[in-house]
Write a protein that binds this ligand. Structure first.
Ligand SMILES: [Cu+2]
Length: 160
């Protein structure tokens, strides 16, 4: 009888360990580094950049973002066209492969802030929420920096 009880207790412990592990897997294993937004003026557009790292063994995707500082928030990709000009296209999502990373940076992927409701001045921070395909939302505090100090690019705030 004692033996059966022990097995039951062990079984319960193992089960709860698994459940805890699962909820961790689905929630907190995306890491964000090099997060910043370019400084921009109210009424204009801004852009947010970051390094997204998927520390799990499951594929995921950045499926969108939202922020109170802009009328519309979209995921964009900038690409150099064959004629040498930059073209920006809206993306439905950005793939985040298992154990992989993707960098949002000037001249590539970025989160576009369209129709800013306030100035974004160097030194400010503002909240941005990321939406993932397979995970809960993640809200970040984005530091604003002068584009010049981060390597130039862009006079009008819409040049990513
Ligand atoms: Cu853009």
């Amino acid at each position: 009888m004692k033996k059966i009880l022990l097995i039951l207790i062990l079984g319960t412990l193992l089960l709860s360990a698994c459940v805890t592990n699962d909820s961790h897997m689905a929630g907190t294993d995306i890491e964000v580094e090099n997060l910043w937004a370019r400084s921009a003026l109210q009424g204009g557009n801004g852009a947010v950049y970051m390094l997204l790292q998927n520390r799990s063994n499951e594929d995921d995707a950045l499926a969108g973002a939202s922020s109170d500082v802009a009328e519309v928030v979209e995921i964009h990709l900038s690409q150099m066209k064959s004629d040498g000009t930059m073209e920006m296209t809206k993306q439905e999502s950005i793939a985040l492969p298992a154990d992989g990373e993707v960098e949002l940076k000037p001249g590539g992927y970025h989160v576009m802030l369209i129709g800013l409701k306030q100035d974004l001045k160097a030194g400010d921070e503002f909240p941005l929420t990321l939406h993932f395909k397979n995970r809960v939302d993640m809200t970040l505090s984005v530091p604003v920096m002068d584009a010049e100090s981060m390597g130039g690019l862009g006079m009008d705030g819409h040049m990513p």
